[in-house]
Design a protein around this ligand. Sequence first.
Ligand SMILES: [Zn+2]
Length: 192
Amino acid sequence: MAGDRFHGRVTNPGRLCDRPGCPEAGEFRAPGPRGSSFDGPGDYRWFCLDHVREFNAGYDWFEGMSAEEIMRAQSPINGWERETRAFSPTAGIDSAPRWADFADPLDAISKRARARRPAERADGRLLSPDERRALDALGLPLDADRKALRERYSQLVRRYHPDRNGGDRSYETRLQGVVEAYQLLRKAAAFA
Ligand SMILES: [Zn+2]
């Protein structure tokens, strides 16, 4: 019956299919490892439509895996490596950090903390966080001098300019970013 296709769907933003590695939303309930008893209602597993069908058909995805591998497959930390989580329709709506954006969340945090402070160059001159981001955008090292800045700028403008790409405007956004970064840095104290 066509109308029954999604019978039993229970949406819950952020809940993923329990099938290891599946990035789909877990919207269909299946009995979990612990059944209902005196202790209370049992656990449930949540799967996407395809995988609840497989589950009901008796598949065992954990077959042949060691206890350690099963733990790893089900661990929330495992989600940090699931890039697809960041692209699910509900990603970013709640306040949870989008760890999946980063291969290493702790590294991302320390990078962000560093980016809020001015950076000191070998010549003792300071770069504001904005200036530092602009340097990154141009792919220049912290200690680049004025000459390197100008050379890199003209190199990137040639690379991204439509006139140099047969009128192709697909690099327009990058060109704009390069121009903005250069405009900021040429006035920066560090490049005076
Ligand atoms: Zn699934």
